[in-house]
Design a protein. Structure first.
Length: 332
């Protein structure tokens, strides 16, 4: 039994290291990994991390580049994907917190790194896809009208665009977390869901999935299941879009509204509704002394492509990129 527990514990540590490597934009070494593990509440010395990295090199999960550090391999990413439910539970919420902390975008200077979702659109469908998404962007069902595009073989942050595809990066909802965190406003990511739009206004959530209780990003699931009518909502003011639900302390209400005003001035958006202290928002209960916050999912424009039958591959919370690399979708 002791051997079984030791083996399971080692696998959990290996997965923790792999997840750090999976979110890194460049090769990183044992020292940086040990620091990140400590921040995540896992106490592993630099020497122990090196030991685990050597084991992962042997299994083909990581690639040793020498002094620059390690990169995760495709096999390493598969290892994360195939991990047991108990190991993956809570991974989504952990990634949200990690990216929110790592993002460096500063609203005063309009500089720093911002969080992106990355989608791969078949090159032959790209112009049609832009036409579809423009209505969604114009309707405001996006985190920002600023996007990133790259051709096959080029990079969006740490992500390489595959052959035959166009990489399309949209601002991620977690950007709100990072902005609030930078202004010392605690924020808790609670749910992702399908939100009903009526007369161009958010009416109610019809489906909710708790981030803390899922092993996959709910946004990707809602898109794959075609549970949306984003295009219809954009054109007629009635339909189903994807949104997320956050909570902040009620005591921060004045600061929250001030930060969100500056947030909109930076060509960022997606704030659908801000609740009142201790009151439900869009039929979602809110605890005492908390405020609900409904935010458009960053992949909402991509959902319109799935509705049109365009085969698109998407990954929420995919990478970090410098804010200066974003450009208005209208310029494409």
């Amino acid at each position: 039994m002791r051997g079984a527990r030791s083996s399971a514990e080692m696998e959990r540590k290996l997965l923790a290291i792999l997840r750090i490597l999976a979110t890194a934009d460049e090769p990183i070494g044992a020292r940086a990994i040990a620091r990140q593990l400590e921040a995540d509440g896992i106490d592993l010395s630099e020497r122990t991390v090196r030991y685990h990295l050597r084991l992962m090199d042997e299994r083909g999960l990581t690639q040793n580049l020498g002094e620059p550090g390690r990169l995760i391999t495709d096999r390493g990413r598969e290892e994360i994907a195939h991990a047991g439910v108990s190991d993956k539970l809570g991974f989504v919420i952990s990634r949200i917190d990690t990216l929110a902390y790592r993002a460096t975008f500063d609203m005063d200077s309009k500089r720093g790194q911002i969080i992106l979702n990355v989608s791969f659109i078949p090159q032959k469908h790209f112009r049609q896809s832009l036409d579809i998404m423009r209505d969604v962007f114009r309707a405001g069902y996006c985190m920002s009208e600023l996007v990133v595009t790259r051709r096959a073989g080029e990079r969006i942050g740490s992500v390489i665009v595959p052959d035959g595809m166009v990489g399309f990066g949209t601002v991620c909802t977690v950007t709100v977390n990072s902005v609030l965190l930078s202004r010392r406003i605690p924020v808790e990511s609670k749910y992702a869901g399908v939100l009903e739009i009526y007369r161009d206004e958010p009416l109610r959530f019809t489906h909710l999935v708790a981030y803390a209780g899922t092993t996959v990003d709910p946004t990707e699931v809602f898109i794959a299941a075609q549970m949306t009518s984003v295009k219809e909502a954009s054109l007629t003011g009635r339909g189903q879009i994807i949104a997320s639900f956050r909570e902040v302390p009620a005591v921060a209400e004045a600061d929250l509204r001030q930060v969100l005003e500056q947030y909109r001035d930076n060509n960022l958006g997606g704030i659908l509704a801000v609740g009142k202290p201790s009151q439900p928002l869009l039929q979602v209960p809110v605890p005492h002394d908390r405020i609900g916050l409904a935010i458009v999912a960053g992949l909402t424009p991509i959902a319109a492509l799935a509705e049109a039958g365009i085969p698109v591959q998407s990954k929420a919370m995919s990478t970090l990129i410098d804010f200066s690399e974003l450009a208005p979708v209208a310029d494409l």
